[in-house]
Design a protein around this ligand. Structure first.
Ligand code: FAD
Ligand code: FES
Length: 255
């Protein structure tokens, strides 16, 4: 069930160039959230601007907090970056379906993230109790990678410019290292998800992708986030905010 709460900011700090790490107390949302879901954060500037979807990066059900990691790209995220401990902000959540995580210690899981798509994979990594490998792709400066290592994952880093880790993209690394797994959970730019999905299908690996499309209402009331989804024969539109953001990669019409 979704809650709308006035969340209290516990901490907000920069962890990279224009990347903020915001922890908020919102116990109703924290209690019901799962990895891969997101919250809608309302910019509080007196103007009626739409809420912004941000993935849940970490959930602490005992302390009633959620952690969000976001990049400042426009007005909404700029306002969130200025939040200080003790401030409150209106939040709706948990939204979307989240990852259906395997619950089998014998399985091997690959977490593949690109840029600002990496945050929702951290909670997935924390919750998985099997062998897990994280392949994290960045333009340059890596962020959050330590969190994956702390959660027990073997971590590979790739950067476009080769300033850290492997020079190239995440799919190049998977091929170069001949990494295999039973299941992949992923989030990142659409182009990365497309090539990852092609590779996963070739390898016969189940792959679930979180599609961070642009959204309008965020609650299923418009069609601002609709994407084509196929059952292999026919196709239809599904709403990322309501039916997703996580889909089986074979359902997505990548075109
Ligand atoms: C399900 C979901 C989860 C998300 N999780 C995160 C997250 O964990 N961390 C994070 O930093 N961002 C995340 N995003 C993206 C985030 O919602 C947008 O960056 C944010 O809404 C931009 O708001 P703004 O007012 O700052 O910028 P705006 O002024 O609205 O836009 C500024 C620029 O960002 C671009 N933009 C806006 N939304 C998106 C988007 N969804 N994808 C690509 N470009 C976009 C616009 O085209 C424009 O160029 C997520 C999006 C979705 C749909
Ligand atoms: S953003 Fe309106 S239906 Fe998804």
């Amino acid at each position: 069930m979704k809650h709308i709460e006035r969340a209290r900011v516990i901490s907000n700090r920069y962890i990279g160039d224009n990347i903020c790490d915001l922890v908020m107390e919102c116990s109703g949302i924290a209690r019901e959230s799962r990895a891969g879901q997101f919250v809608e954060v309302y910019p509080d500037n007196g103007k009626n601007i739409l809420a912004r979807p941000i993935s849940i990066c970490e959930i602490n059900k005992i302390q009633g907090t959620v952690r969000l990691v976001f990049q400042i790209v426009g007005k909404g995220t700029e306002l969130f970056s200025a939040l200080e401990p003790g401030d409150t902000v209106r939040v709706l959540g948990p939204c979307g379906n989240g990852y259906d995580l395997v619950d089998d210690v014998e399985k091997t899981v690959l977490l593949v993230g690109g840029g600002i798509g990496i945050p929702p994979l951290l909670e997935a990594c924390r919750e998985l109790n099997c062998s897990k490998t994280a392949v994290l792709g960045y333009r340059s400066d890596p962020f959050l990678a330590d969190g994956f290592a702390d959660a027990g994952a073997k971590v590979y880093i790739t950067t476009d410019d080769g300033s850290a880790g492997f020079k190239g993209n995440v799919v190049d690394l998977l091929k170069a290292e001949d990494i295999k797994a039973d299941v992949i959970y992923s989030c990142g730019p659409r182009i990365m998800l497309k090539f990852l999905s092609q590779w996963a299908v070739e390898q016969g690996i189940d792959c679930y992708v979180s599609m961070e499309e642009r959204m309008a209402c965020g609650i299923g009331a418009c069609v601002g986030c609709a994407i084509p989804i196929t059952d292999g024969k026919d196709w239809t539109y599904k709403k990322v905010c309501k039916d997703g953001p996580v889909f089986d990669c074979r359902e997505v019409v990548w075109q």
